[in-house]
Design a protein. Structure first.
Length: 240
């Protein structure tokens, strides 16, 4: 890849719909907002809201501040829109390529390491269903599609000809430049994200694989609905 392209300054990372909405909310209110307040206003899971808020801080579009309090305990962290917008010249493409190259060049199994990191983040960013409630395969695929959209993709889920098969078409990869140079790392990270999300949802779906660049700008994840046994209910009191 041309080094000059990696060094092109970015006016800011692509915000995406959720991040742009959060930024609009921060600009609209008089004071700072906490994570739960932002989550309630947007309908996002608190972990997802925090993820986007921290990304806005890193982009220079929001600032983080601790709540003033006189009582003991850890102060709440609030967020407000930055007064002057992003500062400095930012090179997120270069950062992504640098980190991917570090994993690829120093880890004995870079794809496995990247997938494990993706699993952890996929689970962290996904809202779990209540105990003893199961999502259908279709519901889980829909939720995963929304999660990938929140992360900056332009996803579309398509049911396959065979029963229980889905294809999740992923366009607009937010790490495209890094993926072109270190496909084994970035694509494994994205596959791990999907597997971690399904695990957090306790979904009857498996992410079998990710086919990168089947067309220019298009990757396809292969998903399969599996048989989900009945949930074991707790025994009534006094029957043990």
């Amino acid at each position: 890849m041309d080094a000059e392209r990696l060094l092109e300054p970015e006016d800011g990372p692509p915000l995406g719909r959720s991040r742009a909405t959060i930024l609009e909310i921060l600009h609209a209110v008089d004071g700072p907002l906490g994570v739960r307040e932002v989550a309630q206003r947007t309908g996002l899971h608190p972990n997802t809201a925090r993820f986007h808020l921290e990304a806005l801080v890193e982009a220079g579009l929001a600032v983080r501040e601790a709540e003033d309090r006189e009582t003991p305990g850890r102060p709440r962290i609030d967020y407000r829109a930055a007064a002057d917008g992003p500062g400095g010249r930012r090179h997120y493409r270069l950062l992504a390529v640098m980190l991917a190259s570090l994993i690829a060049g120093t880890m004995p199994e870079p794809a496995a390491v990247a997938e494990e990191a993706g699993r952890e983040w996929g689970a962290y960013l996904t809202e779990q269903p209540p105990p003893y409630q199961r999502l259908s395969a279709e519901e889980a695929v829909t939720k995963l599609t929304g999660t990938m959209r929140e992360l900056g993709f332009d996803p579309e889920a398509v049911a396959g000809a065979d029963d229980g098969q889905y294809r999740l078409q992923l366009r607009q990869c937010p790490f495209l430049e890094a993926a072109k140079q270190h496909r084994d790392v970035i694509c494994a990270l994205h596959l791990g994200l999907m597997r971690g999300a399904f695990a957090a949802m306790r979904a009857p779906v498996t992410a079998d694989g990710l086919d990168p660049f089947v067309e220019p700008g298009l990757c396809v994840a292969r998903l399969t609905a599996r048989h989900d046994p009945d949930v074991r209910r707790p025994a009534p009191a006094g029957t043990r």
